[in-house]
Write a protein that binds this ligand. Structure first.
Ligand code: DGJ
Length: 571
């Protein structure tokens, strides 16, 4: 038997027993989440960890041969973590017979390349649909009931209202987690687990099978009613509106408590999916308590309501329902392909829901997203989808047959990851300290004002000095206040000016500016920047009128690059 140490802070039922049963001999506690300062961080090897990750296509990890050339490419792209699927079908193709050859092969591939892994458990559902369940589950409809929709038809989606479905998935998942404990609790290659993928009902707003209809006609469970009353003041405003318009009742049927309509169907399904996933997650954590997150299909502009997007998934509207129903899930995470990335991460990042972005884009926009999520929302990491296809680092959906780039280490995301890797120790320290921020700028949001330390940073898209109307389409940065009047900044296509917001002289001047890099955590200054490097314009009268010096930090288009600045103040 392998031994592992348990993180002291995780409180799940059964853990005390487990801790007693498994002596803690390994030097480090297993990967876990921990509140450090104002941030919740992923702790790996006893230290906060920044996941510079990518997710492979759904079935990439079903073939070790396919993965063989992928591993070293991930390293070249500067990833430290990869998200790969493990499907129920792949480990239990015959009922009751588990085969972990694939899991072991994936672990070997990752270890050989010094990568950490997050496994995605494609169990009962993947994108709402039950396409990754074993054939014996698919073909056993009498035993494993499906969702029934309004038309009376059943769809290829397992129903949450079935103990048989839940038990079968739980058995497979716990076998998988037991295996991980046996093969990985010492080496600790695996750092988090994703539970299912984009759960929820498509094609209707709720399950209409007989069991579902009976539950819907019954009372809202007391524990949910109590939870809502307890956190009423902090409830998501949209959920509060739905509940409030029905009178914020403490008891009654689902329609009585939340009113008639599809929002109630979504809340009802959210509760039932949450309970189902909680039971599986809890059982898995009793075997091996790695942190667990979900992945949410967010509402798209063309959607008219729940059922167009998976109804019941952990959308912002129902995250509180998920927190009540699935306390063993540590993070409800979004996958975001929509352009308003900043808004979406803001809706998922909450006091009780740390941010992790397990799925998003991998092109230049992805590099910007990574900087923003990590800097502004203390994200545990970032992970673009389809990372096994380097074409995705150029555009979100490369055409079939499009030539794959060969200079993969020189594309925006790998370059951004290289800089984030250099900065990681500093970033993690400042996430905990609450002294970090991020900016994500485009034509719609060309400027951002950020109070940080003793100054307000004004971050703009980098302007052409001769024609200030000329700006790039995208700019991004990450900023850390490292001491009085001192900042580390990294960015691409932005310019940054400073305005004091503490008593004293009104203008901030640039005392000293260096470009440079970190090597093994040590700052190595390069060029000392001045003159053209920092000049914004010669209109010193106009600048002085608004308490500006006319100079600022400029970050070019071929970065991101890192700068360190010391400021001084004058009247
Ligand atoms: C979102 C899903 O979560 C992924 O598994 C994948 O199917 C992508 N969509 C495809 O773009």
């Amino acid at each position: 038997m392998k031994f592992f140490a348990l993180p002291g802070h995780i409180a799940i039922s059964g853990l005390v027993l487990l801790a007693a049963a498994i002596p803690a001999q390994s030097a480090q506690p297993i990967p876990h989440l921990e509140k450090r300062g104002v941030a919740t961080q992923l702790i790996v090897d006893g230290k906060p960890y920044l996941a510079l990750a990518g997710e492979t296509a759904n079935t990439a990890s079903s073939s070790l041969e396919y993965m063989e050339p992928v591993w070293p490419r991930l390293v070249r792209m500067n990833l430290n973590t990869v998200l790969v699927a493990v499907a129920w079908d792949w480990i239990e193709p015959v009922e009751g017979r588990y085969d972990f050859t694939l899991v072991d092969g994936l672990l070997a591939g990752a270890r050989k390349n010094n990568l950490h892994v997050m496994f995605l458990w494609f169990g009962s559902w993947k994108n709402g649909i039950s396409s990754f369940v074993p054939a014996w589950v698919k073909a056993g409809q009498d035993r494993f009931p499906r969702v029934q929709i309004k038309s009376g038809k059943s769809i290829e989606v397992l129903s949450t209202f079935s103990a048989a479905n839940l038990d079968a998935d739980t058995r497979a998942y716990t076998a998988f987690m037991r295996h991980l404990r046996e093969v990985d609790s010492e080496r600790q290659t695996v750092v988090m687990i994703q539970m299912q993928n984009e759960v929820g009902i498509l094609g209707d707003s709720r399950d209409r099978s007989a069991a579902a209809e009976a539950a819907f006609a019954g009372p809202v469970p007391q524990e949910l009613a109590d939870y809502l009353q307890k956190i009423k003041d902090r409830l998501d405003p949209e959920l509060l509106r739905t509940w409030g318009s029905a009178g914020c009742k403490a008891a009654g049927t689902w329609s009585e408590v939340f009113g008639p309509g599809r929002a109630t169907d979504e809340i009802f399904m959210a509760w039932n999916y949450a309970r189902y996933l909680d039971r599986i997650t809890r059982a898995g954590k009793e075997e091996y308590p790695l942190p667990v997150f979900t992945n949410t299909w967010i509402v798209q502009p063309e959607d008219n309501g729940p059922g167009d997007y998976p109804s019941g998934g952990p959308e912002p509207l129902v995250i509180d329902i998920w927190k009540a129903g699935a306390p063993s899930i540590d993070i409800n995470a979004p996958d975001i392909y929509r352009p308003n990335f900043a808004e979406w991460v803001g809706r998922f990042h909450r006091d009780n829901n740390p941010l992790f972005v397990p799925e998003s884009r991998g092109d230049a926009g992805g590099a910007a997203n990574a900087f923003f999520a990590i800097g502004q929302h203390a994200s545990i990491g970032y992970s673009p989808f389809g990372i096994d296809n380097p074409g995705r680092l150029l555009v979100m959906r490369p055409e079939a047959g499009a030539p794959a780039p060969t200079d993969i280490d020189n594309l925006p995301l790998p370059r951004a990851y290289a800089v984030l890797a250099q900065l990681a120790p500093l970033i993690l320290e400042h996430q905990a300290g609450g002294t970090i921020a991020g900016a994500l700028l485009d034509a719609e949001h060309p400027t951002q004002e950020i109070p940080l330390g003793d100054y307000v940073l004004t971050v703009d898209l980098r302007r052409n000095r001769r024609d200030p109307t000329q700006v790039p389409a995208l700019g991004y940065g990450i900023f850390m206040a490292v001491g009085p009047d001192e900042y580390f900044l990294a960015g691409n296509d932005i310019q940054v000016t400073f305005t004091p917001h503490t008593p004293g002289p009104a203008v901030a001047g640039l005392a000293e500016v260096w470009a440079g890099r970190f090597v093994d955590g040590k700052w190595m200054p390069g060029r000392k920047l001045s003159g053209d490097d920092i000049l914004l314009n010669y209109k010193l009268g106009e600048a002085a009128a608004v308490n500006q010096s006319g100079s600022g930090l400029r970050f070019g288009p071929d970065g991101p690059t890192i700068q360190r600045v010391k400021l001084y103040r004058y009247q």
